[in-house]
Each structure stands twice: as C-alpha cells, then as structure tokens.
Design a protein around this ligand. Structure first.
Ligand code: FES
Length: 545
C-alpha cells in the first residue's frame, strides 16, 4: 500500500508496521521521545486521506482527533493513505548546533595549564646494526634495546610485517610509537618525525555529540563541531534507548547512528584544515554509562535492571578500527571510566573540567538532564548520586515541551501589570514549543506575577484571557501561532515541580550523608545542555538550587 506525504513523496507501507516505523525505515524521522510507546505525544501526523487503524490516542485532545491528528507510533495504515507531517513533529538531527560555550570550556582548561598527556608515547631509538657477530633477529634487537629501558611491549602482526624494511630505511635510528596502557607497539617514524599529530576529544551526550579536533603538539583546539545525537530517533532518554537496543533488537542501529554522527562531524573538519585521517592518532570518548556502552556495541540491558550492573566501568584502551571512527585504524581510543550505571564518564569528565577535586572549597556539580547527577566534595573527598528527574526538562511529558533546539521558547518574562508574556525563541524563529529552561522561567515568572500560587496551582482570576480551562484542567497560554497554542497545563506544572524536587532531594540527601548543609557549599557548577541555558536566578526562585 502507498503512503503519500503532503510534499509529494510516496513510500511503501503495510498493515503490520506502525507509521512511525515505516517512516523511519524510509529515512523520515519524527520526534519519538518515548520511543514509540504512545505516551509522549510528539510523533503527531495529520491524516489527509484514507483510513488508519489507530491503537491509541495518548495525550491527543478531542479537538485534535477531530482534525485528523494521530500518533504515528500508534497508527497502522488500512490502505493507501495521504498524510501531512507537521514541522514540530520532524526530528532535526545532523544539523550543526551552537557550541560557543563548550569552546570556552576548553580554553579555560588550557588557561589552567592542563598538561598534555597524549595516548601515544614516542621513544627515540638507536639500534646497533647487525653484524656476523651480533646476528639476532630484527625484532629481538628492538626488544633488547627496549628491555634496557624497562619497556615491554606486544608487537602485532602488522607491525612486524614491515619491520625489516623500516629499520633499514631509517638506518637503525627512528622513533618508536607505542601505547602505554595496552602495551602495544604502533609504528615507526623517522627520528625527527615531530611530537605527535592530532587527537579527537568526543563528548557523546544523550542529546548532543560534540567533537574537538586538537593539535597534540601544543594542545591547541584546532576546531570544534557539534550535532544532535541521531539515537534520538530511538527515544529521548537512556532507558527508552536501552529498551530499543535490547528488546527491540536495535543495538547495532543505535551504535551505527552515533558513530555516523561522529564521522559526519569529522569529515568536513579534516577537509577544512587539510588534515589526513591517518594524522588523527588518539581519540578520547566521554559519555554516560549507557552512551559508552552503545558506542562500543555492548549490551546495556543490565544497566536498567536491578541491581543495575554495567558490562564495564573501566574500559581498556581499544583501537579506532574497532569503534568505526574513521581515523588511523590503530589509533588508541580512551574511554573515560564510569563510576556506576547512572554515574558515567561524563560526570567524571565534569569533575576534571571544573577542577573541584583539586580545590579545598566544597563544590557542588550538577548535571541536569533526564537524570540529575550530583557530585559534592573537594580535594579530599567526593561523593556522588544520581536522581531520576524524569524527561520533562528535555521537553518530554509536557504538552508543548520540546528540546532546546531552534523554535523552542527558552526565555519568558511576564509583564507584572499587563500579565502579558514576552518570549525569546532559540534561533529567533516561529515558536514551536517550550524547552526546559523556558519552563523554569515560565513557572518562576508565573509565581512572581501571581498567575500561580506557592502550591503551584494556576489562579484563573489572575488573567482570564491567559489562564483558561483546557482538556487536562487549567492551562496557561504562553503563545498562539494561530495554528497551534503553546501552553503550560496544570499537569505540566506538577511534572516540573516533581522534577525539580527530585534534584533538590538528591542534593539534600547527599549533603545529609556527609553531615553538611547547603550554606557550606562554596561553589555550584551546572552542566548539561539544559544547564547551559538555565537562568540560575529563576532556578533559585523555583527552589531548584
Ligand atoms: S507518542 Fe509516539 S513516539 Fe511517543
């Protein structure tokens, strides 16, 4: 059967697969925050012609249903159909996104004189050429010289394959490249071949992937590039992706999605700076425990099940060729270690970046996303906890919620006299929804302007035009595009309050464990995509910090 899209494209469909799966199989990706469970309400389509077998309506209102709006993940074609996919349902991945603040972070690391410790070690070697009296083999000759320096290495087959010719070509004087952690010999370079070439530092976030291209000779950041993590096609949060990878059998698809993102970011950077793939000789990966498992294709199933055990916390140094990243095949890939299933290498990297482990001041580091990860401590001790904030700050489970991407309302001010909101939209485009920082703004502004009381209840009389009766009870109208109303409902507000309470409770529990109070914290660091846009003053008004 035929599925015709409003823009004229035609794809094949069948009764067995949901529209979401069929569109996905044809390279058309809809926002699917809940991974197709029918609960997030983000995968809306509009039926223009034909019939659908609809298994559920989720959060759709009566009015939307009467307009032919359906959830793609719950809809199965009964015959030929024509559909329209609204702009707000389309998932934007693959686009470059703003990264200015992450660039600042790296500059600040350099300003603190962070030491460059490349993954590849270079050792200058001078061997006595063989004679009739000293006729041990080439490899034994190299090993003998290394043992005098107390270096023991493994020599892979491809290293030994070219050894005889390389030693003679370099006239027995050369630089040996090897990897300390794995104890592997990597190659031979001319004696004055330089101090190292280029490295990649890659931050695999649940939402974004950021790639730094670094000159290893001096630590200079050559360039930075970033995109959305394409795994979002399989759900917004780590749990949905684990379910898709394991029960859905899509582990390899998820792995390929993020590796392709990395390769797509890398290719134009290499072309722009005229760097060869083979000149990338080190890669460092940071991500939460699920992200690093998915990147390496490891089964993440037991991260989700009690007692929450990952396959691995401290990764061996593996080779780029095994990861699929298109750089020199033998380049070592160092994965920043995880602490536990829900405290990953991203938090460890956060601690390193803030330097809180070196300071005598007591600091608090919070990474706020679907999971709120918290670290408290100083140069003598560190304690960490993870709390489930739920996906609402990422836009999921909120009627008009969306990720912090173009079209999202990120900033709201409510005029105290007219009670009219003034909004700021990411990308200055037409608003399509509201992101986490916009929600914090909206709720604190509603409190300050008397639209909502201390208990988080909307007050209808405060602004009869803006506070109105909706299908889920009272709702506050933030903006109307004519076609679509962007609202915060009473249920949304309760979700936001619960999420902020989870984070606040996490901080307090951790403080209680170490016998400290909030006024003893001297510095607070907020990390994560959401943290980047957060107005800290508003977060304090809301009681989040
Ligand atoms: S409701 Fe369809 S993907 Fe969430």
């Amino acid at each position: 059967m035929k599925i015709t899209l409003a823009d004229g494209r035609v794809i094949k469909g069948n009764k067995k697969n949901s529209l979401l799966d069929t569109l996905q199989a044809n390279g058309i990706f809809l926002t699917a925050s809940c991974g197709g469970k029918g609960t997030c309400g983000k995968c809306r389509i509009e039926l223009l012609e034909g019939d659908l077998n609809i298994k559920g309506f989720g959060k759709l209102t009566q009015e939307e249903r009467s307009r032919g709006i359906a959830l793609a993940c719950q809809s199965y074609p009964e015959g030929d159909i024509t559909i329209n996919i609204p702009k707000e349902s389309m998932l934007t991945v693959g686009d470059q996104i703003a990264i200015s603040r992450t660039r600042d972070l790296f500059e600040s690391l350099l300003a603190r004189k962070a030491k460059i410790t490349p993954l590849v070690t270079r050792e200058k070697i001078s061997l006595p050429p063989p004679t009739l009296d000293d006729h041990i083999s080439d490899l034994e000759r190299l090993k003998r010289s290394l043992s005098e320096r107390e270096i023991t290495l493994d020599f892979p087959h491809d290293f030994v394959l070219t050894l005889a010719d390389r030693l003679r070509k370099e006239n027995w004087e050369f630089t040996l490249l090897y990897q300390k952690e794995s104890g592997r010999a990597l190659g031979i370079e001319p004696l004055n071949g330089g101090n190292g070439k280029y490295g990649l530092a890659i931050d695999i976030g649940t939402t974004t992937v950021v790639l730094y291209l670094v000159d290893l000779s001096d630590g200079r950041v050559v360039d930075v590039s970033s995109t959305y993590n394409s795994q979002m096609r399989y759900g917004d949060d780590v749990i949905t992706r684990i379910v898709n990878a394991t029960e859905g059998g899509k582990l390899q698809e998820l792995r390929k999605a993020v590796v392709t993102d990395i390769n797509d970011l890398l290719k134009p950077l290499l072309a722009l700076h005229q760097i060869r793939r083979d000149d990338i000789e080190s890669v460092v990966i940071s991500g939460n425990t699920t992200m690093t498992h998915l990147f390496w294709g490891l089964n993440p199933a037991y991260i989700r099940e009690e007692p929450y055990i990952p396959t691995i916390n401290r990764f061996p140094v593996w080779e780029a060729g095994d990861s699929g990243i298109r750089v020199m095949k033998k380049s070592p890939v160092y994965t920043i270690p995880n602490v536990a299933s829900y405290v990953g290498g991203d938090i460890v990297a956060g601690v390193l970046a803030t330097g809180m482990h070196r300071s005598s001041e007591i600091s608090l580091l919070m990474d706020i996303g679907t999971n709120g990860e918290i670290v408290i401590g100083n140069n003598e001790w560190l304690m960490t906890a993870a709390c489930s904030a739920g996906p609402c700050f990422e836009g999921s489970g909120i009627r008009s919620g969306m990720r912090a991407s173009p079209g999202a309302i990120e900033d709201i001010k409510i005029n105290r006299e007219t009670l009219e909101p003034e909004i700021k939209v990411i990308g200055n485009s037409e608003p399509m929804g509201i992101c986490g920082s916009g929600m914090i703004d909206a709720v604190s502004e509603m409190l300050l302007s008397g639209i909502m009381n201390q208990k988080g209840q909307l007050i209808k009389e405060s602004s009869p035009e803006r506070v109105r009766e909706g299908e889920e009870g009272l709702e506050y109208l933030i903006h109307s595009t004519g076609k679509m109303d962007i609202v915060l409902t009473q249920v949304d507000i309760e979700n936001i309050i619960r999420a902020k309470a989870a984070i606040f409770a996490g901080v307090n529990l951790l403080l209680g464990e170490v016998g400290l109070t909030t006024d003893m914290i001297e510095k607070v660091y907020i990390a994560g995509g959401f943290g980047n846009f957060l107005d800290t003053e508003k977060a304090i008004i809301l009681g989040m910090l």
